[in-house]
Structures are given as C-alpha cells and as structure tokens.
Design a protein around this ligand. Structure first.
Ligand code: PMP
Length: 429
C-alpha cells in the first residue's frame, strides 16, 4: 500500500482526497456490507463508497443483470438506438417520481444530472439566475460548482450562472436556537422573499436544494420547508429542483425521496450515486413541458448506457421488491437510538442527526462548543482500526457521515455501533 500511495501521489493531482493519510486503504474485494483491504483485513462498511453501494457488494441479482447485458456483446452508447434497459428504467423512475407525465434523461454522474437540470430550467425560463442554499454541494462542472455553496467544495468562481444564496438549515438553526420548526420555516420564507425582492435581478430560473445536505454534514431543515418555499416560488413561476443524489431511492427511510418530507412536488429531481450500485449512472426526472423545451441536440454519449441501466434496473427492482426503504427506516432507527445514547454520555458528541440510513455525528470541544476536527479524526481512525469504515464531512469537517448499503442488517448495525462507541470512548479519553 505504501508503494501504491507513492505512485498515486506521483501521478494524481495534489488535491485528490485520500482517506487515512499515510495509511491509505486499498479495497480489493467486497461482499454484502463488508470490504477487504490488500492486507486481508475485513471492514464493515458504513460509507458504501460514498453512498454509491446502494444494495451492497457482490449482490447476485445485480452481478447477473450486468453479466447478462455483457454477454450480448453490446456495451456502447446510450443514444440513437432503442435501448430497452434504458426505457424500462426510465418508465420505473417516472412512475416513482411523483411527477405526472414525467420525462427522464440519463447522465453518468450527479454533476451532469444537476447540469442538465440547470439547462432545462434556464432554457425554459430564459434566465441564468439560480437560487441555491449555503453549504450545498451540487457537483464539479462549472455551473454546478457555481451553485455549490461552500468555497472549499466549489473551487471556481468562473461561473456561467448567476447565483443568489439562501441560508442553510444549519445557519438558520444556529441563528434561531430554541425556536420552533414553524418559526424556522417562516424565517426561511421571509429570507426567500427578501432575496427575490432585493438581491436577484429580474426573473429567477430555479431554486435548487438538497432535501438533506450531504457533503454539508447531513444537515436537514424542518419538514415542510421546501413546500413553504415552493408556494412563494410558484407566485413567480420559479422552478424547484430537488437534488436527490444522496437522498433518493428510500435512503431516508420514511420516504422514497427526500422531498416527500416537505409536502411538495419538485419540477425537476436529480439522482445519481448509488442508483447503479457502483456503475456510473445519474439523471433527471421532471415535468415534460420543462424537459421537452430544450432544443435538439442535447445528448449524453454514455448517460444511460445499456450496462449501467442493466445495473440500474436491478438496483431499483431490489430496493422495491425487498422494501429497503422500510429496512433503512428500521435499521436506521436502531443506529440513531444507539448513537443518541452515546451522545448523552459523551462530552465530544455534540449532535446525532439524520434519517433512515443517512446519519451524521458532529463533534465539538467540551465547554466551548467549537468544532473539534482533531476528535473527529481520532474517532474516524479508531473506527478504521476497529474494522468500521465511515465518512467525514460537514461545514467544519467535524462530522462523521454514515450511509451504509440499504440492506444493512440489525446485527451489523449493532456491531458497527459497538465499534463506534469504543472509538468515541478512546478518542475522548
Ligand atoms: N449532488 C449531491 C447532493 C452530491 O452529494 C454529489 C456528490 N457528492 C453530487 C451532486 C455530484 O455527484 P458526482 O460526484 O457524481 O458528479
């Protein structure tokens, strides 16, 4: 691994993130919710390769669906020909979208999905003005970097869109500690009104929002917030884009989509990450009038290709047939309860938050409440030593993020909890 890390550093750009510093991990195989590294050590995986492993590793139904497509000899473009697996998957996604008469456009990634949604919205609205939320993460293309609301994640200001910012749930919560959800929603709506009246110039095309901020540290606003904002947006004809790249497919337990906690139907929904269980696949589902309005030719050579869509169909069927949303709710609740118990006795765990199998644990310094990056890192490293992989993130890099495969069992949740509890105890000692 040392040698591989040296080779990585010699050939990749310096900013490429690699977890575990000089002790970087090479994952060589996986099965179920576990992965094995090059030294033969096995880990329970609570991060699922940044939420890309929706179902788990080496799942027979998915392996066979992909192999069946490969056996046809056809692994090529996603356009110009009739692609049965793409059409089937689009039908299923349109059906679950909650949008009447929806259209689906496939991409290779979340960034491209958001880029496409911005294209649809700006085109139909004849405006390049976008509203976005602070601390958001929407991707790595120029337009999606521009709407990514944190400098360390966005990296460019050379933007083709004009952006106005609304405060994130976290900001509002901090400012309004002790107030109710209804107060919070009212404040957010008045921020939106003020922004529309004073900050934006002319017509705005769309508001884009993650129902739960992912990279931002799994921060969620009160239920109903997006619905309240949408009422205001509708008065101006402004579209709502829900970025469900992390929150879709039942991950949050209570609903198939994150937006469903908000009493709203978005005009466009973007998705990616785990929907191909590791195969590159993303897309947009949305209103036919908005998506049809884009002039030809607008296509993606590989977005929705036959191999990725073979995986995508198998994943969505698996999620629905096994009711993984309910599993996420049930097993996620066990994790959340266990972590909240831990938080009650730990001086460094400031907050445990999340929904279903999308859970964040925030660490602060006892007494001062300052973000404790060092403690976060200690817990992170101790988890790895104990055989558990988790993610890191958050506005101040002081949040551990968990997004395990949705097939996580109760026994695995308890096993992970034990490792996490021991890691926190060691880190705070
Ligand atoms: N939107 C959200 C909410 C994300 O979390 C991410 C990836 N972290 C993206 C968009 C971008 O997806 P990708 O990296 O596949 O381009």
């Amino acid at each position: 691994t040392d040698e591989l890390l040296d080779r990585h550093r010699a050939v990749m750009p310096a900013w490429m993130p690699v977890y575990y510093g000089g002790d970087a991990l090479e994952i060589v195989s996986g099965s179920g919710r576990r992965v094995t590294d090059a030294s033969g050590k096995t880990y329970l995986d609570f991060f699922g390769g940044v939420l890309t492993t929706m179902i788990g590793y080496d799942i027979p139904e998915i392996r066979e669906a992909v192999q069946e497509q490969l056996r046809t000899g056809v692994a090529h473009t996603s356009t110009l020909y009739l692609i049965r697996r793409q059409i089937e998957l689009a039908e299923k996604i349109a059906r679950v979208s909650g949008i009447p008469d929806a259209r689906v456009f496939f991409t290779n990634s979340g960034s491209e999905a958001n880029e496409a949604a911005l294209l649809f919205a700006t085109n139909v609205r004849r405006s390049n003005q976008i509203l976005a939320i602070k601390n958001s993460y929407h991707g790595r293309t120029f337009a999606t970097m521009a709407i990514t609301g944190h400098r360390s994640w966005s990296a460019s200001s050379l933007s083709p869109v004009q952006v106005s910012w609304l405060p994130s749930g976290e900001r509002l919560r901090g400012r309004m500690a002790g107030l109710t959800d209804a107060d919070h929603i009212e404040a957010a709506v008045s921020e939106l009104r003020e922004t529309l009246a004073t900050v934006t110039a002319g017509d705005v095309a769309a508001l884009i929002a993650e129902p739960i901020q992912g990279v931002g540290g799994f921060v969620h606003a009160p239920d109903g917030l997006l619905g309240a904002l949408k009422k205001e947006l509708d008065e101006h004809g402004i579209l709502l884009i829900a970025d469900e790249v992390q929150t879709g497919w039942g991950r949050t337990g209570d609903h198939f989509w994150g937006y469903q906690a908000h009493d709203v139907t978005p005009d466009l929904i973007t998705f990616a990450k785990g929907i191909g269980n590791g195969f590159a696949l993303g897309g947009v589902v949305g209103r036919a009038d908005v998506m049809n309005a884009v002039p030809a030719i607008s296509f993606s050579t590989f977005g929705g290709n036959p191999v990725s869509c073979a995986a995508g169909n198998a994943v969505l069927d698996y999620v629905l047939d096994h009711d993984l949303q309910e599993n996420a709710r049930r097993v996620g609740a066990i994790l959340l309860d266990g972590l909240r118990e831990l938080a009650a006795t730990s001086p460094i765990v400031a907050e445990v938050r999340g929904r279903g199998l999308m859970i964040g644990v925030e660490f602060t310094r006892p007494g001062t409440g300052e973000p404790d990056v060092a403690a976060t890192l200690r817990v992170f490293d101790e988890c790895r030593a104990g055989g558990l992989l988790v993610g890191k993130g958050g506005l101040h890099n002081n949040v551990l993020r968990m997004g395990p495969p949705l097939t996580l069992t109760e026994a695995e949740a308890r096993e992970g909890l034990e490792i996490l509890t021991a890691a926190v105890r060691t880190a705070q000692a």
